[in-house]
Design a binder for this molecule. Structure first.
Ligand code: NAG
Ligand code: NAG
Ligand code: NAG
Ligand code: NAG
Length: 354
């Protein structure tokens, strides 16, 4: 299994009775709940960690749960971002979240590495602020120079610096420990993974911003307290999706470095996504590439985009069904301050790829 982030095979336990629940060879990125058990996972039972990751696990056991939650957030965001695409960020087998497609060094693979790494930075930085981790606390980022002088700096901020450093250490450990022959396919893939992990982390970092709260007599806002705040993870997903669209195709050069395949374009920066191979055909199920195919996917009859039936179904056509959906409706504002809705059922046409 090539998946870098956290390939852990857990014999994990029911949180209450501590009895073995199951012991499957699973990547917890597939089932990140593996980390989120009541008792802290014992590092010796997390088979599949690289040597360096095992050491980090022992030193920072309380971090493991947040790594799992972060990865889970990343997967959920990936599935949201790609909900209208042929490849929908879903798995085909149990060996990793994203299945065999991850063996191909495609731009989809690039995206999943980046968003998982981003999820981990996000989760660890927040956990620091919330006081969940013993080795970090609120952000100690320096006061931004352009902050107005009479505003206070020092609310408890997300500890981006710590989250970034720890995630880099942990997530990249697996890649750093491998030593491949310079110029080999494996080393190219290693460089690609490390690059995309970093791009994911930087995306979180670039989107962090200063957030402030007003104090003072009846909201006069004469006093402000400000702190460092991570962006909503949806924004990270949106930004990475844009980077996915403009990802750079790379190849190894004679010196064993990754370089842009088409030298006419600007070289990608550390913030960009890079890939090595073109994507497999996601139209049809294919065991060898791990593609699930689009048979049975919902499509939009009137859209001309990727979610439209023409593109989604790859020209195979579609079936039409009547489906019942439940919606919030007749919403009323109640004083004060909440909204109450009824639930209405509606019959809609749905289109499903053949
Ligand atoms: C994956 O695991 C689930 C439950 O653990 C099982 O039902 C399913 O058949 C497995 N799928 C594959 C493709 O192995
Ligand atoms: C599966 O994908 C491989 C690689 O692209 C291709 O050579 C093969 O023909 C495909 N198999 C099927 C059944 O489509
Ligand atoms: C992705 O598509 C497959 C079929 O191609 C479907 O079984 C699966 O439920 C979809 N996953 C999500 C998250 O929509
Ligand atoms: C289908 O696509 C059209 C055009 O893009 C859009 O206006 C409409 O809301 C979509 N319908 C659904 C159910 O998503």
């Amino acid at each position: 299994i090539l998946f870098t982030i956290i390939v852990v095979i857990v014999a994990f336990f029911h949180p209450l009775c501590l009895c073995p629940r199951r012991s499957l060879a699973m990547n917890p990125l597939l089932i990140p709940e593996a980390y989120i058990i009541g008792a802290q996972p014992l590092c010796s039972q997390l088979v599949g960690l690289s040597q360096g990751q095992k050491k980090l696990c022992q030193l920072y056991q309380d971090h493991m749960q947040y790594i799992g939650e972060g990865a889970k957030t990343g997967i959920r965001e990936c599935q949201y971002q790609f909900r209208h695409r042929r490849w929908n960020c879903s798995t085909v087998d149990n060996s990793s979240v994203f299945g065999r497609v991850m063996h191909i060094a495609s731009r989809e693979t690039a995206f999943t590495y980046a968003i998982s790494a981003a999820g981990v930075v996000n989760a660890v930085s927040r956990a620091c602020r919330e006081g969940e981790l013993s080795s970090c606390g609120c952000s100690r980022a320096a006061r931004p120079k352009d902050l107005p002088r009479d505003w206070l700096w020092g609310g408890c901020g997300d500890n981006l610096l710590y989250g970034y450093r720890f995630s880099k250490e942990f997530v990249d450990a697996r890649e750093r420990e491998k030593s491949y022959t310079k110029g080999s396919d494996e080393s190219a893939r290693q460089l690609m993974n490390v690059h995309n992990n970093e791009a994911g982390r930087r995306t979180v970092s670039d989107l962090a911003h200063v957030s402030c709260k007003c104090h003072g007599v009846s909201g006069s806002c004469s006093l402000k307290t400000c702190w460092l705040q991570l962006a909503d993870f949806r924004k990270v997903g949106d930004a990475l999706k844009e980077k996915y669209d403009s990802a750079a195709a790379m190849k190894l050069n004679a010196r064993g470095k990754l370089v842009q395949r088409n030298s006419k374009f600007n070289a990608p920066t550390s913030n960009d996504l890079v890939y090595l191979e073109s994507s497999p055909d996601y139209c049809l199920m294919n065991q060898s590439t791990g593609s699930l195919g689009t048979v049975g996917r919902l499509c939009n009859k009137t859209s001309e985009g990727m979610d439209g039936c023409e593109l989604m179904c790859c020209g195979r056509g579609y079936d039409q069904y009547k489906a019942q959906i439940v919606e919030r409706c007749h919403c009323k504002f109640h004083w004060c301050c909440y909204v109450k809705c009824k639930r209405c059922t509606k019959i809609v046409d749905q289109f499903v790829c053949k």
